[in-house]
Ligand binder design. Structure first.
Ligand SMILES: *Cc1c(COP(=O)(O)O)cnc(C)c1O
Length: 345
């Protein structure tokens, strides 16, 4: 049961499974996935691979795991990974690139978490120079998280791909919220499947599943990732109930993402009225990233809202994040506006 009186916009991971999703989970056919015998996990992996026109997919508990596996299958110890300086793989995966793949990172100064083909090109190390780490991977994030839910112009992605191909570098997508980008653009999953070597998607964000992410790619990479998942202790058994939630979400929840985006736009309008907010990153999808003036720090702001039963996240000293999701209704949006207008900062 969602508590109507609490308005929780800390993350789109906070959703509870819908009735239909729970039914699908209860009725799922099960088997031991380490033996490759869970029919529902197999169905989900096949469905997602086909959706992206790629050879294979691997179901994992988290997006951190699918990203880390994606990075590891493309790199050797000592290599370098190029990404934006606010990338989730760099800032929010516990230093996993260093620990799991023994690689260094070249963080680029992007815009709203997005980098350009030009900046990638100038950041690739000369493979002939024995001083420098070998650049073996570029990782993009779409939509961006810390960048405030922004999405790439696909033309730029194609240009980045060309740079990667010319330099024999793999391209990975952290698509934790790729379906949010797809809801606002003309591209299809097939376009992304043609362009990236590996793609990570999350079922546990806007799509509303309790757990689950997939790594998608060529057969040899996914086979390698399956071995590494086991090594990391991520070989699971009767995971079909969770896979059933994923299949249900892909069939029923993708079309609802646009509603989350509309509500995020409304939140932007309401928040823009507050003098305690300096500016808001352009709201493109379901994330509202607001910059506070130096007269109030984010912890104080967050606590003030919490006293009024509105939950949001602090993202550093002067940024606060609001994320819309399946369990945030129009009714709660109205309640949000009412409560915000009564807060004395
Ligand atoms: C949430 C998220 C992930 C994965 O997080 P998990 O909590 O490990 O599932 C990866 N990348 C981005 C951009 C995210 O927002």
């Amino acid at each position: 049961m969602i508590n109507l009186s609490r308005i929780d916009l800390r993350s789109d991971t906070l959703t509870l499974p819908t009735r239909g999703m729970k039914e699908a989970m209860t009725n799922a056919a099960l088997g031991d996935d380490v033996y490759g015998e869970d029919p529902t996990v197999n169905e989900l992996e096949k469905k997602v691979a086909a959706m992206f026109g790629m050879e294979a997919a691997l179901f994992c508990p988290t997006g951190t795991m699918t990203n880390q596996l994606g990075i590891k299958v493309h790199t050797q110890p000592g290599d370098e990974v190029i990404c934006d300086k606010t990338a989730h793989i760099y800032l929010y995966e516990g230093g996993g690139i260093a620990v799991n793949s023994l690689c260094s990172v070249r963080p680029l100064e992007g815009k709203y978490g997005m980098i350009t083909a030009e900046s990638v090109k100038t950041s690739i190390n000369n493979p002939e120079d024995i001083h420098q780490p070998i650049t073996s991977l570029v990782a993009l994030e779409n939509t961006t998280n810390k960048g405030g839910g922004a999405f790439y112009d696909f033309k730029e992605i194609i240009k980045i791909k060309e740079v990667c191909t010319q330099n024999n570098i793999a391209l990975h997508l952290d698509g934790a919220r790729l379906f949010n980008a797809l809801a606002e653009t003309e591209e299809t999953p097939l376009d992304y499947g043609k362009t990236f070597d590996t793609i990570s998607i999350c079922l546990s964000k806007g799509l509303g599943c309790p757990v689950g992410s997939l790594l998608i790619g060529k057969k040899d990479k996914i086979t390698k990732a399956r071995r590494l998942r086991k090594l990391m202790g991520g070989g699971w058994r009767q995971a079909g109930g969770l896979a059933a939630a994923g299949i249900y979400a892909l069939d029923n929840h993708v079309d609802l993402l646009k509603d989350d985006h509309k509500r995020a736009k409304e939140l932007e309008k309401i928040l823009n009225e507050l003098p305690e907010i300096e500016y808001i990153n352009p709201v493109a999808t379901n994330i509202v990233m607001a910059k506070l003036p130096n007269t109030i720090d984010s912890a104080t702001f967050v606590n003030k809202l919490r006293e009024n039963n509105i939950y949001c996240s602090s993202f550093g000293k002067d940024l606060v994040r609001f994320v819309t999701h399946l369990d945030f209704s129009d009714e709660q949006l109205n309640l949000f506006a009412e409560r915000i207008s009564n807060i004395k900062f």
